[in-house]
Every structure is written in C-alpha cells, then in structure tokens.
Design a binder for this molecule. Structure first.
Ligand code: HEM
Length: 415
C-alpha cells in the first residue's frame, strides 16, 4: 500500500495493526501518517511483544521528566537482546542507558567539558572546516550532500572533541553506524555481527588513544578525554572499561545524529521552495537561522525513538502500566503532534515557539545539543549562501532505520 493511499485506509485499522518490529516498507520513507493514526486512535499503544509505544507530546514529556519511575537502565532488556557480547557491555555501560549514580558522575564530566565557552572556542575551526568542504564541492558541481558535506562535519568536530588525530578518523563513521544500527527494534544477525565487530575494533583503537593521553594529559578545562581520565574534583575517576565505553558513546552520539540534521534539512528545503527562498533571504541573520535549525530538528528529528522501563506501577495517558513495562517514546511522533504544534506537517523556518523534543528533555537531555545546534546553523547557513540554487539530481537513499532518521546518499547539483 502506497503512502498516498494511507488516508483512504481506515486509520483506526492502521493504529490497531501497528507493530514496530514488523513495519510496512513505506514506513521508512514516511512514518508520519502512521504516527498520526496512532496519536488519534491508540496514543498509548500496546504492542504484540508487550511493550508500549507513546506518540502524544503530552504523554511523553512526563515520562522524560520522571527518571525514577521511568528508568534508562537497559541491563534486563539488552541481556535478552544481545546476550553476553561486546554490544551488551557497551550499551549497558554508556551513560545514556544508565541511571544515577553512574549517570550523574559521567554526565557531569561531559557537560563540564562541552560548555558554551568550549563550544564558542570551536566556532572558527568549524567555519574553516565547512568552508573547505564548500570549496571542494564547488569544484565538483555534482556532489553527494551526505558524503561530501553532512557526514564530514561531525567527523571533524567530534574527532577534535576527543583529540582523535586526523589520519585516524577514517573508520569512525562506519563504527558509529554499525554500533547504533544494533539499537534498531529488530536485531538481524548481520546487524548484531557488525555491531559487535565495531565495538571490539573501537575499544582496541581507543585503548591506544587513552594510553597515549594518560601519558600526555592536556588541559582538563578544554579536553574532554583528559577530563574523563582524571575525573571530577573530589569524585572517583571512571574505571578503564567505563572510560573506554563513554568515549565510544560520545564519538557515536554526535555523529549520525548531526549528519542527519544537516542532510535532512537540506533535503527538506529542496522540497519546500518557499521556505528555502525565505531562508536564503535571511541566511546572514544568525537569530533567524537558529530558529530555522529548531524547525529542522522538529520536522525531521534525527533521533525518532527513545526508550524507558518502568520501575513501579505508573499511569501514562490514562493507562496503568505495571513495573518493568518497556516503553518506546515516539520523538518523531510527538514533534508532529497538532496539540503542541500548529500545522505540524508544514515546514516553517520561522516557527516560534517550538518546544520540540528532538533532544529529549529531563535528566538525559542531549548533552551535546549546543554543539549540534552550532554545527547545524553554520553548515546550513554557509551552504545556502554559497549554493542558493542547489537542486537534487538523483533519488536520495534513506538509511533504512527507524530509530535514526536520515539519508545515506543525497545526489545534488550545486553549480
Ligand atoms: C542533531 C543532533 C543530535 C540529536 C538529535 C541528539 C539527540 C539526543 C537525544 C534524543 C538524547 C536523549 C536520549 C534519552 O533521553 O534517552 C541525547 C542524549 C545525548 N547526546 Fe545527543 N543528539 C545530537 C547530537 C549530539 C552531539 C553533537 C553530542 C556530543 C558531542 C551528543 C551527546 C549526547 C550525550 C552525551 C547524551 C546522553 C545524555 C545523558 O544520558 O545524560 N549529542 N541526544
């Protein structure tokens, strides 16, 4: 059934038969009609595997806010999903899938080292990186918006954050795609094998990086890795294993997500010519560009799903959920909820207010959001100023993921 026919189908039936582990092929291109059907008919959806899928903004915010009743600890869930493997060790150690006290300790170190001051200091390097990519693209004319631009930016920035030498950054994107790919609702044999291999290879690489940094510590005020190695003042440092897994997480967290923000924004603008024209007119207005970036984050949220598990009996959207209920948070669905956003299916680069949930909210809210916002604003504004007449020149290829929404390739003509 094509997406165009979806309105004609019984939306109640779409909601009733929805199963995140058995998605129809057209879901990947356009999940939003499905999200709409769920919001309207079964916003607290019990899935065949016993888990719950939430799609309404007002049901999701309280879940994010109450980290005690809605835990991020995934040991039970991932034990069943991964078995005793490197993927299990990695995902259950990284801060995003932990509760306090480990979460609090690691988060403090990371947030302290990615403060506004540190981010502002990265800006000149970011501008130089983006301008270098734009210059290369203008020589080629036929480009891939992902390979030639969107993916190259976070590799540069995140690599700098941990001080990964330039000539060692080659495998980072592949590792990141493989490790995060294993978080998809369905874990295929290939995804598990690729993810396990990537964790093993990345651990081996980071061990050499960490050993080298231990021998030559840098300024903990500006170097995230040194800060993680020495620990917070008065606090207990991380164990070697914890440290290596937080590094893997950090390298991955800001990678595919930011690539998708930039890639999806440029793709969306090519489909909304009036919004593109509006943005070109104001591409040197920093405040307006910041507003537009919020709209790209809302309209095509790079992270579409989040997860929690209940620690006690709780009420969500009028349903009583028992302890140990697995919850999937529909970020992409909440960000198109008409109860929160006027005309949510419309891209509006001037939308205010825009209280989207692309970065989550509450205790686990994205620790790198200021950096992601800066990367998005600089990349998109400079691209638009340089190539105002860019146009898609072939069929874009989606990443084929449900949790992370973006493209693998977007062929484009820039000259
Ligand atoms: C457009 C880009 C990005 C998006 C959409 C995004 C989205 C998210 C979301 C939704 C969460 C919350 C997960 C939850 O509550 O379960 C999160 C957490 C996190 N993100 Fe991002 N992220 C982006 C970029 C980045 C960057 C650039 C970095 C690092 C430099 C980063 C580092 C983190 C960290 C460390 C956490 C874990 C926070 C915690 O558990 O306390 N992210 N991100």
């Amino acid at each position: 059934m094509a997406i165009a026919d979806i309105d004609a189908r019984d939306t109640r039936q779409i909601a009733a038969s929805f199963d995140l582990t058995k998605l129809p092929p057209d879901f990947y291109a356009d999940p939003y009609p499905y999200y709409r059907a769920l919001r309207e008919h079964e916003p607290v959806k019990r899935m065949p595997d016993g888990s719950w899928f939430l799609t309404r903004y007002d049901d999701i915010v309280p879940v994010y806010r109450d980290f005690k009743a809605f835990s991020s600890d995934k040991k039970k869930e991932f034990g069943a999903k991964y078995g005793a493997t490197p993927l299990f060790e990695h995902h259950t150690t990284s801060l995003i899938f932990n509760d306090p006290p480990l979460h609090t300790r690691v988060r403090r170190a990371i947030v302290g080292a990615i403060s506004q001051r540190h981010i502002a200091a990265m800006e000149p390097g970011l501008v130089k990186l983006v301008d270098g990519l734009l210059a290369l693209m203008s020589e080629k004319r036929e480009v891939d918006l992902i390979d030639d631009f969107a993916a190259a930016i976070p590799i540069g920035i995140i690599g700098n954050l941990l001080g990964v030498p330039h000539d060692e950054r080659g495998p980072l994107r592949g590792w990141s795609l493989d490790i995060l790919g294993a978080l998809e609702p369905v874990l295929t044999v290939e995804r598990a094998a690729g993810g396990n291999r990537a964790v093993t290879d990345m651990l081996a690489y980071l061990k050499t990086l960490v050993d080298e940094r231990r021998a030559h510590l840098r300024d903990p005020d500006t170097d995230v890795l040194t800060r993680l190695i020495v620990g917070e003042e008065g606090g207990e440092p991380l164990t070697e294993n914890q440290l290596l897994h937080q590094c893997i997480f950090l390298l991955n967290a800001g990678h595919e997500t930011t690539t998708n923000l930039i890639g999806s924004a440029l793709h969306a603008l090519s489909k909304w010519p009036d919004q593109k024209a509006k943005l070109i007119e104001q591409s040197d207005d920093v405040e307006r560009m910041k507003t537009a970036v919020e709209e790209f984050l809302r309209y095509e949220s790079s992270v579409q799903l989040g997860n929690r598990i209940t620690t006690a009996e709780v009420e969500v959207g009028g349903f009583k959920l028992p302890p140990d209920s697995r919850i999937t948070i529909g970020i992409g669905a909440a960000n198109r909820d008409p109860a929160q956003f006027a005309e949510p299916e419309r891209l509006d680069v001037g939308r205010t207010p825009n209280r989207h949930l692309a970065f989550g909210t509450g205790a686990h809210q994205c620790a790198g959001m200021a950096l992601a916002r800066l990367e998005g604003a600089i990349a998109i504004s400079r691209f638009m100023a340089r190539f105002p007449n860019y146009a898609l020149s072939g069929e874009p290829v989606r990443g084929g993921r449900v949790r992370f929404r973006g493209f693998l390739n977007v062929p484009c003509r820039v000259g």
